[in-house]
Design a protein around this ligand. Structure first.
Ligand code: KG4
Ligand code: ZN
Length: 335
C-alpha cells in the first residue's frame, strides 16, 4: 500500500486527493464552472489563473480531511497530460515544489488513465480484459484494457466528444453550461422519440461522430422556434448520443468477448447511459464497473488511484523535470 497525494488541474477543476492503495481518503474539488458559465465555455487563461488561486487551499484541505502530513506520504502524483498547458502547469508546479521540499517521488499521470482507473475505488475485484467507454467533455474513446497499464484504443470520436455534444446541444436549447446535467434532468420528463436526430457514422463499428448533432439541433431550434418542447428535445438528444455510444460498446463486446465492461469520464454521470451500460452487462452476464459520480467528473482521486496502481516495480517516478503535454500518451503515441 502506498499513500499518495494526487493533484489534478488539467481543465476547469482544481482538485487534490489522498489515496491509500485503492482507498480514497479525501477528494477535494474546487470547480470553476461558475466563472466559465459567463463565457459559455472554458477560457484557458482564466482557468490557469483560477487554478493558481485554488491550488494551495485545495491541497491543504485534502491533507487535512485525510489527517495526513506531507511527511507521511509515499509519493506525489500529478496529471501532466493531456489538457490545457497553462492549467496543467499550475498543478505540476505545485507538485514539483512539494516533492522537492519534502524529498518525495513525483509521479506524472495521464488524465485518461486516471479516468479509466477510477473504477479501482469500487469494492469489486476488477477483472481484465475490460472494455471501457471513456466519455468526457474532451474525449470519447472505446478502450480495451488488457491489464493496468495496457490500453488499446478501439475507436474514438472523429470530431466532437460526447460531453461536448451534450454541452453544445444544451447551449442551443438555452440550457446553459455545462449542459450535460441539464440535458439529463430535462430528458427525464421528455419523449426521446419526438425529434429525429442523426446517429453519425452509423456504419462504423467503433468510431463515432457527434458534430452532425449540433447542426441538427440548431436546425430544429430554428424550425420549431418558441414552440419547441425542451424536455422532448433534450430526451431526443440524449437518446441520439447514448444510442451511438452503446452501439459501439455492444460491437466491442461481440468482437472481443471481454470479461467485464466499464464506463468512465464526466458523461458517465448520465443516469440513462449508466442504466444502459448496466443492462448490457447483465445481458452478457459480465460485471459493469461504473465509478460513483464524484469519481466520474474530473477529480484528483482518480489520478491517485492510477498512480497507486502503477507504483509497483517498474513505475516511472519522474524527477523535477516532469513536463506537461497537451496530448495523451496512453495508447503509445500522442493521441
Ligand atoms: O470528465 P469531465 O469532468 O471533464 C473532461 O475531462 O472533459 O467531463 C465533463 C463533461 C461535460 O461535457 C459535461 O456536460 C458532461 O461531462 N456531463 C454530463 C452529465 N454530467 C456531466 N453529460 C451527460 N449527462 C450528465 N448527467
Ligand atoms: Zn476528464
Amino acid at each position: 500500500m502506498s499513500q499518495i497525494l494526487a493533484i489534478e488541474s488539467s481543465c476547469d477543476e482544481t482538485s487534490a486527493a489522498v489515496v491509500n492503495g485503492r482507498q480514497v481518503l479525501s477528494n477535494v474539488v474546487a470547480t470553476q464552472i461558475e466563472m466559465h458559465q459567463k463565457w459559455g465555455g472554458v477560457v484557458p487563461e482564466a482557468a490557469a489563473r483560477a487554478h493558481v488561486e485554488a491550488i494551495l487551499p485545495v491541497i491543504e484541505e485534502a491533507l487535512e480531511i485525510a489527517t495526513c502530513k506531507v511527511s507521511e506520504l509515499d509519493a506525489i502524483a500529478v496529471t501532466n497530460r493531456p489538457g490545457l498547458v497553462g492549467a496543467l502547469s499550475v498543478g505540476v508546479t505545485a507538485a514539483q515544489a512539494l516533492a522537492f521540499a519534502h524529498k518525495k517521488p513525483l509521479i506524472g499521470v495521464d488524465h485518461l488513465e486516471g479516468h479509466l482507473l477510477a473504477m479501482l475505488a469500487l469494492p469489486d475485484e476488477i477483472k481484465f480484459p475490460c472494455i471501457s467507454l471513456l466519455v468526457s467533455g474532451g474525449h470519447s474513446e472505446l478502450v480495451l484494457i488488457r491489464a493496468i497499464g495496457q490500453y488499446e484504443l478501439l475507436g474514438q470520436t472523429r470530431d466532437d466528444a460526447a460531453g461536448e455534444a451534450y454541452d453544445k446541444g444544451a447551449r442551443l436549447l438555452g440550457l446553459g453550461y455545462p449542459g450535460g446535467r441539464q440535458i439529463s434532468e430535462q430528458a427525464a420528463s421528455g419523449n426521446p422519440k419526438r425529434y429525429d436526430l442523426p446517429r453519425g457514422l452509423a456504419k462504423e463499428r467503433y468510431d463515432m461522430s457527434f458534430s452532425g448533432l449540433k447542426t441538427a439541433v440548431l436546425r430544429l431550434v430554428e424550425q420549431e422556434g418558441s414552440s419547441i418542447n425542451v424536455p422532448d428535445a433534450a430526451a431526443s438528444l440524449q437518446a441520439a448520443i447514448n444510442d451511438a455510444l452503446i452501439k459501439r460498446l455492444r460491437n466491442a463486446i461481440e468482437d472481443y468477448n471481454p470479461v467485464s465492461i466499464a464506463l468512465c469520464g464526466g458523461v458517465a454521470a448520465n443516469a440513462d447511459l449508466r442504466a444502459r451500460v448496466e443492462k448490457l452487462a447483465e445481458q452478457n452476464q459480465i460485471p459493469a464497473y461504473i465509478p460513483p459520480f464524484s469519481l466520474c467528473t474530473d477529480n484528483a482521486a482518480m489520478i491517485g488511484l492510477a498512480a497507486a496502481a502503477r507504483s509497483g516495480p517498474g513505475v516511472v517516478t519522474v524527477a523535477l523535470d516532469l513536463q506537461v503535454h497537451p496530448n495523451s500518451n496512453i495508447f503509445g503515441k500522442d493521441s
